[in-house]
Every structure is written in C-alpha cells, then in structure tokens.
Design a binder for this molecule. Structure first.
Ligand code: NAP
Ligand code: HSE
Length: 442
C-alpha cells in the first residue's frame, strides 16, 4: 500500500454525472491519492434522491468495493460521525445551501461543483467555513476540469488581475462553432446540441441565455477582485439573437463570435468598481480565445505582473469535472491531517459598474435606403451620441443597402441611445444587429 495507513472518509451528496466520476477516480487512483495525501481516502456514505434509480456501473462497482452505502438520507453524510469531507455534487441552491452550512458548522470540510450555489451564497458559505477553520473548495464550479480557482486565489495572489475574459460555457461554444463552420442557423444546431446531451431538454435556457456563464463570471469576478459579486449583478445576454449573417460578417472582417464572460476592475468617479458581464462578442481571429472550438472552455487573464495568461480545457463531463473535484479533496484532506488553522480572508462588497457605463467597441449592422444623404444622416447620429466610427462598409441590394459599421470604444449607454435614434431615422429600415467587439480596443 502506498502512503499512510490512516484513512479519511469522503461522503457524497449526489451520484449523477459528476458524482459517478468522483467515486470512480477515488477508487481508480486510490494509491496515488493516498501517497499525495498521506492517508487513504475512503468513499463513505453517498446520498441521492432515488436509491432505486439505475446508475453508472463502474461507479457502483467502486462504491461496493469501498463498502459505501447509498442512501436517500443526506443526514447520513452531513454532520455524520466519521465523515471528514463532504463532496456536494447534487446541484441547485435548495437544499444544497442548508446542507453545506450544516456540514461546515459541524466541522466537515466541503468540496462543491455547484456554481449556482457559490455564485449566490458563496460569501455566506466561506464565512461559515472560516468560523470552523475548515475548507470550502469549488474548483469544479468554474470551467470544469480547468484549474482556474486555485491559480487565481493562490498563484496570482501576489499580482493584480485587471481583466478576465472567458469562454465559460461549452454548450454555447459548441453551438457557435457549428454555426461558424457550417454556416448554420441557431435552431437546428441547438436541437443537435440537445440531442448530444450538451443543452438541456426541453428548456436549454441555462446555457443558451447565458445564466450558467453568468454564475461562473460572478465567481471569477469575486476571486479576481477580492469582492463579493453575486449572480444577479452580472449583466447577461445569451446567444439567441446571433444569426448566421452576423457570423458571416464577423468572419469577413477577421473576427469570430464567442459568448464571453468578462470581469474587469475599472475606475468610476475616482472609485474602483467592478464590471461584470456575459454576452456574445466579436473576437479577433488572432486572439487566443478565437481558436477555442467545440465544447471546450478557456479563460484569458490579464494581470499587471504576469501579463496575459490562458487556461484551456474541458468545461464539463463526468471525469473531467471529477478531476477538479478530487483535486480539491486532496488539499482539503491534507489540511485536515495537518490540523491547519485558516487565516480569515476579508471579502468586501465593491460597487458594480452599471452596464451603461461600460466602455465597449461595437459592430452595428444597418438595413438602409440606398440614396443620397444616408451615410451623412447615419454618421451624424453617431456623432450626436459621441460614438466614433472606426470603419464602414456598404453592400447594395437594389433600392436598399446594408451598412456595417465598427465603432471605436464608446460608452455603452451612448451606443444604445444611438441605436434607438438610428431606428427613428427615415433612411434606416432597421438596426439589424448590434454586437460588442472584445479583445482589441479597451
Ligand atoms: P446530475 O447528473 O443531475 O446529478 C445530481 C445528483 O444529485 C443525482 O445523483 C441526484 O440524485 C442527486 N440529488 C439531487 N437532488 C438531491 C436531493 N435533494 N437530495 C439528495 N440527492 C439529490 O448532476 P451533475 O451533472 O452531476 O451536476 C452536479 C453538480 O455539478 C451541479 O452543481 C452542476 O452544476 C455541477 N457541474 C456539472 C458539470 C457536468 O459536466 N455535469 C460540470 C461542472 C459542474 P438521483 O440520482 O437519485 O436523481
Ligand atoms: N452546461 C455547462 C456547459 C456545463 O455547457 O458548459 C456545466 O457547467
């Protein structure tokens, strides 16, 4: 046997996609993990909703090999004697929040993959963990297998992060990749993503409307800027309005369209504030994020001293996500064995910059009449709203034309007011598309 003969018990809340992977890894890699921890990690009780449900065969084999019980009673895990670490892979806020608060208060360390919970009640849970000097770890909650929480919290602790740009949702990245590479519209590709099990059926809104990415962006903003940022503070737009035409225009201009989670610290009226948003954006084809295809995730971090960093990998899936969960269990176990006393870390509520004050570049597609004075009227409207045009292209079709404009960085509120004023012009038939451009001008 490798490692120490001591053992710690890991109880689980949930044995679905991620929980099955966790149980398998703890079984399959048991010797290496024991060597790294200095004790064996024993899988303990596992609580699920329905004990009679058919389950992953290999996970059940691992459970039986460990002699672990499957129960529908979470109190067999939470606060239970002999369970040292609770792994929460059930999802949702209720009852996960109450269960994890109870686990932490009873002195158990907690590892969770639950982005929704951390993005809404992270500060409360962290404070409960600090009270008891136990660990609360959540690497898997953002971008699955990709190590990003520990690098932000530990490796970059001596630096100052300025901006984080992430492809944080694999489902939407898969959809946008298929639309880009096949020239397809959203609806058929979304149906395909649902058939492949990426997007939920019948309601894919958690992914498609940006909610999943927004929870992850809130967590990243909190870590990057030592603040408490919650999901409801993230400006969120999903990909439902992205068309094959937008993608074709972006391609012609040397860009790709990605759903980005963006967190930045900015100065507003002499005060530091946090800007945090999720929306589709044009990204220059040469930007490292542009080449992230299919269901992969990536996070691009700009820090003062380190410069630009990129983290890339699988953002979901049973074993990739379990790798991050077990990667959190190991240090939690080591800390328990060492009797680690955790210092209290201060987390402040910092002001959130209203989206209207964001400084952004835009791509604007206008359907206009093709006659004298149109360009002048359009340009005057941009000028009236203090939005500077960087470049313009026109394509004519009989009596009307499409005007494609890229602006310089401008105040978001001004661009939106400008778009509303453009809609009112007699020469403008419609503002066909309006999309932010990221990764070039600040
Ligand atoms: P899942 O497949 O739906 O599994 C959820 C598990 O939790 C099931 O075993 C379920 O029991 C159990 N459960 C749910 N409510 C419960 C309750 N009230 N009491 C006891 N057990 C309960 O979910 P998942 O995909 O593994 O996701 C788990 C967590 O990981 C979520 O927070 C998710 O956001 C996060 N995550 C998932 C992925 C991924 O690739 N799937 C990636 C990153 C993060 P039954 O089996 O009896 O229904
Ligand atoms: N549904 C998420 C995605 C995975 O598509 O990236 C879990 O966060």
């Amino acid at each position: 046997m490798t490692g120490d003969q001591r053992a710690l018990t890991v109880g689980l809340l949930g044995l679905g996609v991620v929980g099955s992977g966790v149980v398998r890894l703890l079984h399959d890699h048991a010797d290496e993990i024991a060597g790294r921890v200095g004790a064996r990690l024993q899988v303990g009780p596992v609580a699920v909703r329905d004990r009679t449900k058919p389950r992953d065969v290999e996970a059940m084999h691992a459970l039986h090999a460990a002699g672990a019980t499957l129960t529908d009673d979470p109190s067999a895990v939470v606060g239970a004697d002999g369970v040292d670490i609770v792994v929460e892979v059930m999802g949702g806020v209720d009852p996960a929040r109450d269960l994890l608060l109870a686990a932490l208060k009873s002195g158990q360390s907690v590892v969770t993959a639950n982005k929704e919970l951390i993005a809404t009640h992270g500060a409360e849970l962290l404070s409960a963990a600090q009270e008891q000097s136990v660990r609360l770890e959540y690497e898997a909650a953002v971008a699955g297998a990709i190590p990003i929480i520990k690098p932000m919290r530990e490796s970059l602790a001596g630096d100052r992060v300025r901006k984080v740009l992430g492809i944080l949702n694999g489902t939407t990245n898969y959809i946008l990749t298929r639309m880009t590479e096949e020239g397809a519209d959203l609806e058929p590709v979304l149906a395909e993503a649902q058939d492949l099990g990426y997007a939920e059926k019948p309601d894919p809104s958690a992914d498609v409307d940006g909610h999943d990415a927004a929870a992850k962006a809130a967590i990243l903003a909190s870590l990057a800027f030592d603040a408490e940022v919650t999901r409801d503070q993230v400006f969120t737009e999903g990909i439902r309005d992205v068309t094959a035409t937008d993608i074709a225009h972006a391609h012609r201009m040397g860009y790709v369209i990605k759903l980005l989670g963006i967190a930045e610290e900015v100065e507003v009226d002499g005060q530091r504030a946090i800007g945090v948003r999720v929306h589709p954006a044009w990204v220059p084809a040469e930007h490292p994020l542009a080449s992230v295809r299919e269901a992969f995730n990536a996070i691009f971090v700009q820090a003062d001293a380190a410069g630009a960093l990129m983290f890339y990998g699988r953002g979901a899936g049973s074993l990739p996500t379990a790798s991050a969960v077990v990667g959190d269990v190991v240090p939690a176990a080591r800390a328990l064995l060492a009797g680690e006393q955790l210092p209290r870390v201060s987390v402040a509520r910092k002001p959130i910059r209203p989206i209207d004050d964001a400084i952004v570049q835009y791509y604007v597609l206008l359907d206009v009449l093709d006659e004298a004075g149109v360009l002048a009227a359009v340009a005057a409207t941009f000028g009236d709203h203090d939005v500077s045009i960087k470049s313009v292209w026109q394509e004519g079709e009989e009596d009307h034309a499409q005007l494609l404009l890229v602006t310089h960085a401008a105040r978001e509120g001004n661009v939106q007011a400008c778009a509303a004023a453009l809609e009112e012009l007699d020469v403008v038939r419609s503002v066909a598309s309006l999309m932010r451009v990221e990764g070039r001008e600040v």
